[in-house]
Ligand binder design. Sequence first.
Ligand code: SER
Length: 318
Amino acid sequence: MKNVLVIGSTGQIGSELTMKLRSIYSGDIVAGYIKGAEPRGELAESGPSMEVDITNARQIAEAVDRYHVDTIYNLAALLSAVAENKPLLAWHIGIDGLLNVLEVAREKKCAVFTPSSIGSFGPTAPKDGTPQDTIQQPKTVYGITKVTGELLSNYYNLKYGVDTRSVRFPGLISYVTPPGGGTTDYAVDIYYSAVRGEEFVCPIAPGTFMDMMYMPDALRAAIEIMEADPSKLRHRNSFNIAAMSFDPEIIASKIREHLPEFEMRYEVDPLRQGIAESWPNKLDDTCARMEWGWKPEYDLEMMTIDMLDKLSRRLSKP
Ligand code: SER
């Protein structure tokens, strides 16, 4: 049995992770939400939910007490592009919020998962085969909160024994809940345009490579790292994980193999392009593979087949 609190349960990752956790564990999987983003449908009906704003430590503590929570998945964040327009809010949610989670976890002995990102690296890190342990000097406030979050999470582990673990997610692609305000969002939006038979206007320039991952692999990573044998973990916050790396031309050609009429043109967004250029092309995930057996299942071909199939069914529903 496991009782889990998911903070940010109605977001891009949370909406799917909460359902997946409910399908695996027999305890209470609590969907924490903020006002205006209440769970709906299956997410609301399949288990308990509670208002838990990460910036409100009392709400986090109440949820942990009420449901005897042993693990907190902290998924609250502003994504990279939107964070550049709201840097103080990005810090408030990413760091003040994380400290609330870590303090509650310390007092009440919970394990904590807080995702980091490819965005935790900056232009000074090696771009290809970016190592697990290397220089992290991000240019974005999103990346700065992610590096700080990694350091704080390790600090709480070393100083207080809080069981903090995490992975550095690539851009995540899914047909369920769309992301909002990320730099990698184009790799989701492109499938929506393709399935709707619309031309896709790409905000990222050709030749810009970024790591990407299909959501089922990302959910598995988030669960497997928390299930891993701690005696085997040399790292904790945060593990590089990787599945595929492509630029807009490669994903567009892959889609055209299935939908030959698909068209794309470029209207590069300087904000997102600048962020993308500061990020790695491809992470080296050897440590995750060695320390807890990480292995992706989906490559670009498998993901594209599944995305096009699932999205066309979804979008054809009235
Ligand atoms: N998907 C995130 C973003 O683009 C990166 O982790 O902001």
